[in-house]
Every structure is written in C-alpha cells, then in structure tokens.
Design a protein around this ligand. Structure first.
Ligand code: CA
Ligand code: CA
Ligand code: CA
Ligand code: CA
Length: 374
C-alpha cells in the first residue's frame, strides 16, 4: 500500500511556547522496513519534518489504547501555521495489521513570558480555537473578497469565484462548520433566512434584526445570531437569548478577555460608551466614529478601536493613532498577513481599491460590491 495521510488543518500556535501534541493511539505494524508509520509536522503543508517514526528493529504491537505526548516546540512555538499528519505506509503486502488508530488529539502550550513550568505537574493551557471569518482556503490569512448583490457573485481573491445569494442578502462569511475554512453565507432579513453554502439553510430572526454571527459558545465554529435593536435582544442560536443594549447602540461581537468565546458588546456613539457584557465598560470615541475592534495587539484578544470617517483616523486603544483612508472608505481590519494580528485596511467601493496599511494596494471588485473580508 502506498503512503496515506491524515492531515490536520492549519493550527495557530503563534502565541504559544513549549508546544506539545498529545493523542491516544492503538497502533500495530511490522518493523519500518516493511511497514512505515510516522508522524510529521510542517509550517507550510508542503515541507515535512519527522516527529516520530516506528522502530526499524521491533514490531509495534499495541494491545490497548495509550496516550502519547510529543514535544513539537521546535516547529510549532510562535508559528501561525502548524500542520500535523499521521502517515500510514508504504507498507508490504504480507502480514496485514491494524495500522494507526488515534483519538483525542490535543495541542498544549504556554503563553510566552509565563513563569517556568513546574515539574512534575506542569500548568498547561489548551490552545484557544478561533474560527476564521474570511479565510476561505484555510491558509491562515484573511482573504480579500467581495460580494456582488446584483448577481450573487462571491469573488475571493486567488481562491475562487462562486454564486451564492442575491440582491436582498447580506454577506455573512465565517467558518460555520468549524472545519478551518470560512464558508460563504448570507442573511436575508426580509425572511430571516440564513443560508450557509453547503452546510445549512435555516430561518432565524426577522426583518428588524441585524445579523451578528460569532463564536459565542466556544468550539471552533461560528454561531448564528441576531440583534434586535428595538428591544436589545441578542438571540444566539442553540445557545442563549439575552437583553443587552438597545436602539441607540451598535452591536459588537468581540472577545476582549481572550477566553475563545465572543461576548455581546455595544458601542453607543452618542456618548462613546463601550460595554462588553460581563467584562468591562469604558468610554472611547464619539459620535463621528465607527467601532472597529479587532486583534491589533495579540492574536487571542480583540482590542477596542474606532475609525473616524471625517478624518480617516484609526485610534487603537492603548496602542496607536494613525491616519489611513478617508470618508469614502470602509475600514476593514483583518489578519491579511497570517500572523494572527489585524492590520488596518480599507475598501474604497467607488473604485474597487483595497489598501492594506504598509502591505499592499490592489484593485479587486467594483462599484456596488460589498466587502466580504472580516
Ligand atoms: Ca486565506
Ligand atoms: Ca467551514
Ligand atoms: Ca461556537
Ligand atoms: Ca470572551
């Protein structure tokens, strides 16, 4: 049998050190000369390094499940893309055994700067899982993408062009099934339809609601949710219904405490109030401003920020103030480079310009298009 591969999606370890992989195994193979069983690691999905390989002198004969634990720090620490694969083969055609059986795969690590790990009972934290909003090909970067309501076109730069949805729909991309790639999805406010391409069609919410998908309940998947300004209702599908904020507020979907779950939040531009439910309240910005929180400082937490349309100011709380863009632009901070950090970027719909600060200026899309990058 030739080699077969079981490969993970890209795992973001950019905020970890002392990274390890743990899993349970039940493996039976001949010695390596006849049957090869290996675990490999890669930062790009094409160049692979060995983590473990079976013995060339002894057969591997598991007779029960056992947990194994390997140090992958030399390839994983601080890396935004880490792929791991289990390889079965090539094998001989004689003496057929069970091969790999694996279960309960976990990535462990510690944040840099934490106190040294005590032994023999290390304090380890699992990697938070962050569903991508607009990484349509799963390579770790937010992709530049537009939705054209007139035809339902989704054009995703260097990835694909598909038709999904139409003129009465809002583009709501995100990884709704948690497989590591963002999915094209739309919300049709007239009927409350959510259609996620290849995954689901359901009705949730109605014509007075704003779509606010996010990852509220943890896991790796985006959760369907709506905000109803008149009553301040947050309805999060298969999770909860709460009241927070009201008609004067812009709903924000943010994870400022970095626990891997988005929290309901509002920006009240009349007073500059930010209220993050159960986390904090503070004042930042004013009535000229649009709230644009994103992961400007670390990959695991959103940082408050505003875009001042009149002047093109980006004010990122506790970090910086820069001028980028103007009143004809839509601010779109996103992880354009794949390091997990959001870079300021703008889409100028009138001419189809995408300008990513310090990185690139390209033309993609045209008048009437809506950006589908998040
Ligand atoms: Ca991508
Ligand atoms: Ca997906
Ligand atoms: Ca979720
Ligand atoms: Ca949170």
């Amino acid at each position: 049998m030739p080699a077969y591969y079981l490969t993970t999606t890209a795992i973001n370890c950019s905020y970890l050190v002392k990274t390890r992989i743990k899993f349970w195994r039940w493996l039976n193979v001949e010695r390596r000369y006849y049957d090869e069983a290996t675990i490999q690691i890669s930062n790009d999905g094409s160049s692979w390094n060995s983590v473990w390989t079976n013995s060339d002198s002894l057969w591997t004969t598991d007779y029960s499940w056992s947990q194994y634990d390997y140090d992958i720090s030399s390839f994983a620490d601080g890396e935004s893309t880490v792929y791991i694969r289990w390889v079965m083969g090539p094998t001989s055609k004689w003496n057929i055994y069970s091969g790999w059986n694996i279960d309960d795969i976990e990535i462990w690590g510690v944040p840099p700067g934490a106190t040294p790990i005590p032994t023999p009972t290390p304090e380890l934290t699992p990697t938070p899982c962050l569903p991508s909003r607009s990484d349509f090909n799963g390579d770790g970067t937010a992709d530049i993408a537009i939705f054209r309501p007139s035809s339902g076109l989704w054009a995703i730069r260097r990835v694909t062009r598909i038709y999904f949805g139409g003129s009465s729909d809002l583009p709501e991309p995100g990884d709704y099934d948690g497989d590591g790639t963002a999915d094209a999805g739309i919300f049709r406010s007239g009927s409350g339809l959510w259609a996620i391409r290849g995954i689901t069609r359901i009705y949730f919410g109605g014509s007075s609601d704003q779509p606010i998908p996010g990852n509220y309940n943890g896991g790796c998947d985006m959760d369907i949710a709506v905000f109803r300004p008149a009553s301040g209702l947050w309805a999060i599908r298969e999770f909860t219904r709460i009241y927070f904020g009201g008609s004067a507020d812009s709903p924000l979907v943010v994870d400022m405490d970095g626990d891997g779950r988005d929290d309901p939040a509002i920006f009240r531009s009349t007073s500059g109030l930010w209220a993050i439910r159960g986390v904090t309240r503070f004042y930042f910005g004013n009535s000229d401003d649009t709230a644009i929180p994103a992961r400007y400082q670390v990959p695991t937490n959103d940082t408050p920020a505003i875009f001042r349309t009149s002047s093109g100011l980006w004010a990122i709380r506790g970090l910086t103030r820069v001028y980028f863009g103007s009143s004809s632009d839509e601010p779109i901070p996103a992880n354009y480079t794949g390091n997990g950090i959001s870079d300021p970027g703008i889409f100028r719909e009138t001419i189809g310009l995408w300008a990513i600060r310090g990185i690139s200026r390209i033309y993609f899309g045209t008048r009437g298009d809506e950006p589908a990058t998040r």
